[in-house]
Design a protein around this ligand. Structure first.
Ligand code: SF4
Length: 471
């Protein structure tokens, strides 16, 4: 047995230092801000102090300039690609007491359910039938039968095959584990391990996490250290915006990334951006203590796009279609669609009926995957179901080596095009096929000659019936 090193708590997070940085930069300084914009355009990332300064931007023109820089970086690095994934909630049992969450242990209004392996297989099939290739296993933080239940669920999800394929990558958003447990998780071939700190403010953390293992801030804040020691080098961070001052939270996120870079040489693969949404039986979720306005939320997305240009940024279906569109523009690179947050929620009728009394929170975007794809294509985007990097072993530092020089756009475009073409051939309506193929042609025209050649070849192979074509 590997004993978790006792130095794994979170001394790297000094809340007083972060608050002092906020105070020092509280007054908007247009000269300094524009210097930071210029630096951000070099796409080498920003410092904590830069982020603190950007968080103070209130002037309308400066906000617009910041959004323009964010759009520029998004376009330069990610082009018009948008990667899709589908969450699969396997259980809503939980041993914790988080005041904002419907799954918390004492919530007797919630209908509790854990899927059997047969149900996990059936739900996976539903997700595949929508057209997804990338799944995210999620559960409340107590599993029937312990971690083995989750490991079995992942094995089941990977084992499901339909006539149109299988899940090619499963990411996992699960409770923090010991190093040995992370080794077992790694052995199931997961992609990214995701865990939200929820808030980096220790006082607020204590007020909203009332009981259970999660009440231990240090245990949670040291989760990725244990994950990396357990061999998982591909991790996803997140805070739940609305619990504490968002200006502090973005500094907390930055500090966490810095810490992982300093200790392990690689930061995070993704950051998720959930805002508190109303949840069954949670008064706090209806009146968040630090509710984030739409404008501030857009600022958060833009600031993080400037600060960590090569990190994937994820938006779930918590937000409305309008907000999702705006955030995609400013920096979001991955979204879920057609999602359900209640275990067993995917149905043949494409989720028209929500079982809110079993769900973690209310959804803001109820559209099906097909509707979201159609709308994105109309907006000039290129949906992607690509999983190539992970399957070619380009994760952790290898992924960053590829991403940081900006090669990702040229490498990813043919793979995005290939998987989108697959989606069109296998799932789309005739109208979407027509629009989608036109979008593919337009996207190919933006590539360099070598990229164009590769992309045309993959489209030809996919249209001829070949599947899972990637480079
Ligand atoms: S946020 Fe997670 S740990 Fe907390 S009650 Fe909900 S499911 Fe449980």
């Amino acid at each position: 047995m590997t004993t978790d090193p006792s130095d794994l708590a979170a001394p790297w997070l000094n809340g007083d230092e972060l608050k002092a940085l906020m105070a020092k930069n509280a007054k908007e300084d247009p000269v300094k801000i524009r210097e930071i914009f210029a630096k951000a355009k070099e796409m080498k990332g920003l410092t904590l102090e830069d982020v603190a300064a950007l968080s103070a931007v209130e002037d309308k023109d400066l906000v617009e300039e910041m959004f323009a820089v964010a759009r520029h970086i998004k376009e330069e690095i990610y082009g018009r690609r948008v990667v899709f994934f589908a969450p699969l909630y396997v259980s809503n049992l939980c041993s914790n007491e988080c005041a904002y969450c419907a799954f918390r242990k004492s919530n007797h209004q919630l209908v509790r359910q854990s899927l059997t392996q047969e149900q996990v297989a059936q739900q996976t099939e539903m997700i595949l039938n929508q057209g997804h290739k990338r799944g995210l296993i999620i559960a409340g933080e107590a599993y029937p039968g312990g971690l083995k239940y989750i490991l079995d669920c992942i094995e089941t999800m990977y084992s499901v095959k339909t006539d149109k394929g299988e899940l090619r990558r499963i990411n996992a958003e699960l409770a923090p584990m010991t190093v040995d447990e992370f080794k077992s998780l790694k052995a199931t071939n997961i992609g990214t391990y995701v865990c939200f700190q929820e808030t980096y403010d220790r006082d607020v953390y204590k007020q909203v996490h009332l009981k259970g293992k999660k009440a231990d801030f240090e245990w949670r804040a040291s989760t990725f250290d244990r994950a990396m020691l357990g061999g998982i080098d591909d991790v996803g961070l997140g805070v739940l915006f609305g619990l504490a001052d968002w200006k502090y939270e973005v500094l907390g996120l930055m500090r966490h990334i810095q810490h992982l870079e300093e200790r392990f040489g690689v930061g995070c693969h993704t950051i998720s951006f959930p805002r508190i949404e109303p949840a069954c039986g949670s008064e706090m979720s209806k009146n968040p203590p630090h509710a984030v306005s739409d404008l501030d939320f857009l600022k958060i997305i833009a600031i993080m796009r400037l600060a960590v240009p090569y990190t994937g940024m994820i938006m779930s279906t918590r937000e409305t279609p309008e907000m999702r569109k705006k955030t995609l523009d400013l920096g979001i690179s991955q979204i879920s669609a057609g999602s359900r947050t209640d275990p067993g929620g995917y149905t043949e009728d494409d989720g028209k009926f929500e079982q809110d009394d079993a769900a973690q929170f209310h959804l803001g975007d109820h559209r099906t995957l097909a509707q979201v794809i159609d709308s994105l294509v109309k907006d000039g985007m290129v949906p992607s179901f690509c999983t190539a990097c992970y399957r070619l072993g380009r994760t952790g530092q290898d992924f960053m080596d590829l991403a940081k020089p900006g090669l990702i756009k040229q490498n990813c475009a043919p793979n995005a095009i290939s998987t989108f073409c697959e989606y069109l051939m296998d799932y789309a309506s005739p109208e979407t096929i027509e629009r989608g193929l036109a979008a593919i042609d337009k996207e190919i025209a933006t590539l360099n000659p070598e990229g164009q050649k590769i992309a045309r070849e993959v489209v030809k192979r996919v249209r001829a019936g070949e599947r899972d074509v990637f480079c």
